[in-house]
Write a protein that binds this ligand. Structure first.
Ligand SMILES: *Cc1c(COP(=O)(O)O)cnc(C)c1O
Length: 379
C-alpha cells in the first residue's frame, strides 16, 4: 500500500487566502467522515464552540458554519439578518466593501453606501450623523481589514457609533479574525463573518458567522436563498447537530487541527505577534530594496501590504510574478482602481525567516529582470 503524502515543496503563498497551511493541517484532511456520523457531529460542535470562544462570544452569540468560500458566508449573513424591508448602510473603501454593496443589490435589499477613498478609513462621527439622518437604516455592514489594500478600519469606533444610534453591525472580519483583537465582550456587533482559510490557517471550503443569538432567532424567513439561510442552518444544527446539505467534512477536520495549532501557539495575541513580525521583516526588507508601501503605517494592518509598482517601464507584473514563483513564492496582483500596486501578504503558516527569504527572492527577481526600483512615491 502506498500512502500519498502531501507535496511539501509547493511555493509559499504570500496571498491572503487560500494561504500556506501547515503539513499537520493538510494531513488532517486525509479522512473520510460520514456527515451524519456521531464523530462528525462532535467535530462540528467542537469547532463551533471553539470559534465562539475565540470571538469572546460564548453565551451571547452562536456560531453557524456554511459551505463555500468567505463570500458565501458574507452573502448568507447579509441575506439572513437584514429583513426584507430593512435597509443597510455599507461602508466602502475597497473591493470587499463594494462586494457587500453588490450583494445587497443582487438580493434586492435596500441599502446606501458610505464611501471613502481606498486609503482612507471612514470617520465614525460621519457614520453616526448619517444614521441619525436616516432612521430607515437597520444595519451597518463594515469590513475590518480591507484586504484590497491592507487597510485597517477603526471597527471599535464604528461599532460604538452604530450602537450609539441603536442600529446593528455586521462585520466582514475575513482577513483579521484570529490575528487582530475583535472581542464581542468589548465590541458590540450583531454578526461577524469569517472563514477557515485566512488567519485561522485552515484549508478553504467553509465560512462561518458568529451571530447574536436573539437576533438570529428572529430571522426566520428572511433569507433570499435556501442554501444560504443561516437561520435554517442553525436550527438544524441545534436540532440534530447536522449541517443541512453535504458538509465539507475534510475542511472541517482540517480546521479542527488548525485550531489546535492556533491554541497551542497562544491564540489571537500570539498569532497577531507572529504576523506583525512577518510584516516588519517584509516592509523593512522591501523598503531596503526601494519599494514603497501604498498606505501610511497608521492605517496599515499587519495582514497584507500593497506596494507601489516600480516606476520603470520594464516592470511587468507577470514577469515579476514568474521570477518569484521560480524562487518559491506566490504573490498577488494589486486590486486598486487608481494606484499601480502589487500585494504581499504576511498571513498563513509563515514565519519571519520565510519573509526574509521572500525579500531576498524579490531582490533576485528585480536583478534578473534588470529593474530600476524607484517607486512613484520616492521618484
Ligand atoms: C477573502 C475575503 C473575503 C472572501 O473572499 P472569498 O474569495 O470568497 O474567500 C471577504 N472579505 C474579505 C475582507 C476578504 O479578505
Amino acid at each position: 500500500m502506498t500512502i500519498m503524502t502531501p507535496p511539501l515543496d509547493d511555493p509559499l503563498l504570500l496571498t491572503p487566502g487560500p494561504l500556506t497551511t501547515s503539513a499537520e493541517t493538510k494531513r488532517a484532511a486525509l479522512r473520510d467522515l460520514g456527515s451524519w456520523d456521531a464523530d462528525f457531529i462532535a467535530l462540528t460542535a467542537d469547532i463551533r464552540d471553539r470559534l465562539l470562544a475565540i470571538a469572546g462570544a460564548t453565551g451571547s452569540h452562536v456560531c453557524v458554519p456554511v459551505q463555500g468560500s468567505g463570500t458565501f458566508a458574507v452573502e448568507a449573513a447579509l441575506g439572513t439578518l437584514v429583513a426584507r424591508d430593512g435597509k443597510a448602510l455599507v461602508l466602502v473603501n475597497g473591493a470587499y466593501g463594494a462586494r457587500i454593496a453588490r450583494t445587497f443589490e443582487r438580493m434586492g435589499r435596500d441599502h446606501a453606501v458610505h464611501e471613502t477613498d481606498e486609503v482612507t478609513p471612514p470617520d465614525p462621527a460621519e457614520v453616526a450623523a448619517r444614521l441619525a439622518r436616516d432612521p430607515a437604516i437597520s444595519h451597518v455592514a463594515a469590513v475590518h481589514c480591507e484586504t484590497t489594500t491592507g487597510l485597517l478600519n477603526p471597527i471599535e469606533q464604528i461599532a460604538e457609533a452604530v450602537a450609539g444610534q441603536g442600529r446593528r453591525l455586521i462585520i466582514d472580519a475575513m482577513s483579521s479574525f484570529g490575528a487582530l483583537p475583535l472581542d464581542a465582550r468589548r465590541i458590540p456587533y450583531e454578526a461577524l463573518v469569517c472563514c477557515a482559510n485566512k488567519c485561522l490557517e485552515g484549508i478553504p471550503g467553509l465560512g462561518f458567522a458568529i451571530i447574536r443569538r436573539e437576533a438570529l432567532a428572529a430571522c426566520e424567513g428572511n433569507a433570499h436563498s435556501l442554501s444560504l439561510d443561516l437561520h435554517d442552518q442553525w436550527r438544524e444544527l441545534e436540532r440534530s447537530g447536522r449541517w443541512r446539505f453535504s458538509p465539507p467534512t475534510h475542511v472541517a477536520a482540517a480546521l479542527a487541527r488548525a485550531l489546535d495549532q492556533f491554541e497551542a501557539e497562544g491564540g489571537i495575541a500570539a498569532r497577531g505577534r507572529r504576523y506583525a513580525e512577518n510584516y516588519r521583516v517584509l516592509v523593512t526588507g522591501m523598503r531596503g530594496l526601494g519599494f514603497q508601501p501604498l498606505l501610511p503605517e497608521a492605517v496599515q494592518a499587519p495582514i497584507i501590504v500593497s506596494f507601489r509598482t516600480p516606476d520603470d517601464p520594464r516592470f511587468d507584473f507577470d514577469r515579476f510574478y514568474g521570477a518569484l514563483k521560480r524562487r518559491g513564492f506566490i504573490i498577488y496582483p494589486g486590486k486598486l482602481t487608481r494606484a499601480e500596486t502589487f500585494r504581499i501578504a504576511c498571513i498563513g503558516h509563515l514565519f519571519p525567516g520565510d519573509m526574509a527569504r521572500a525579500v531576498e527572492a524579490v531582490g533576485a527577481a528585480i536583478d534578473e529582470i534588470g529593474l530600476r526600483v524607484r517607486t512613484a512615491a520616492t521618484a
